[in-house]
Write a protein that binds this ligand. Structure first.
Ligand code: ADP
Length: 241
């Protein structure tokens, strides 16, 4: 019996090493792409003569790839800190409704620019114990995704309600939706349904895995429901005060 327990432990450690190797591989690959683009654009700009417009376009590409790398590196650092338990939460009493309103105020103009109506439905006060920076990042990622994956004319509705010991926040969009076979994987690191589309939107494929870490570090959970062509709903459960 002891031998079996021991085998199970070894398997678990082995699995965790495999996952870590995969992650390092994926991360290196993801970083290599923008580096290659920056290098080739800079080389071409230096070695051949171009019109001013061509130089500008090369610089614009370099800038956008550099920004993408910056985002990738900060997401990777976040996950590295969470893996090594170095990422600490600074818990305080928070008015969750106000936090949501604040983020919506920042994202509403972006939604509007994309022809999307973004609104919040809440009644009452929802107090949670949480880390403000982390919860801001969590909500920002989920609402930003809803904007990215919704077409003009669409709508995003955020509702907050108290359910037993939890504050339940639903972010419902009328976007492109997620095929059923992908749903169990979207919280995995670097998992994207459509890589080209994610990249076009400046995505790293790490946002949802960061969200999942934040939610579980708060003792909550995150769920997703989706139908292709109809939209997606992300539900965040956080322990209420
Ligand atoms: P990304 O940076 O690619 O957006 P995320 O980790 O935030 O990475 O999300 C993983 C994948 O889940 C996305 O690439 C996309 O395919 C899918 N996804 C996330 N949110 C939505 C949404 N609201 N509607 C449709 N697909 C979504």
């Amino acid at each position: 019996r002891l031998a079996r327990t021991f085998d199970a432990m070894i398997d678990k450690i082995d699995d965790s090493f495999k996952r870590q190797r995969q992650f390092t591989n994926d991360a290196s690959h993801e970083l290599r792409t923008p580096i290659a683009v920056i290098q080739s654009q800079a080389e071409s700009a230096l070695n051949f003569s171009h019109s001013e417009d061509e130089y500008r376009s090369a610089l614009a590409t370099i800038l956008s790839e550099a920004r993408h790398m910056g985002k990738l590196v900060s997401d990777l650092l976040f996950l590295a800190r969470s893996d090594s338990r170095a990422e600490k939460l600074h818990m305080e009493e928070l008015n969750f409704g106000e936090l949501v309103e604040g983020i919506v105020a920042v994202l509403k103009p972006i939604a509007q620019d994309n022809g999307i109506d973004l609104k919040v439905i809440e009644n009452g006060d929802f107090i949670v114990r949480g880390d403000q920076t982390h919860l801001t990042q969590l909500l920002y990622n989920i609402i930003d995704n809803a904007i990215k994956y919704t077409l003009p004319g669409g709508e995003i509705k955020i509702s907050i309600e108290k359910k037993g010991e939890f504050v339940k926040t639903s972010v419902r969009d009328t976007g492109i939706g997620i095929p059923e076979e992908h749903l169990p994987h979207i919280f995995e690191r670097f998992y994207r349904v459509d890589k080209a589309r994610s990249r076009e939107n400046g995505g790293t494929g790490l946002g949802l895995s960061i969200c999942q870490w934040i939610v579980s570090a708060h003792g909550g959970k995150i769920e997703v429901f989706s139908e292709v062509g109809k939209g997606s709903t992300f539900v965040i459960w956080l322990p209420s005060l």
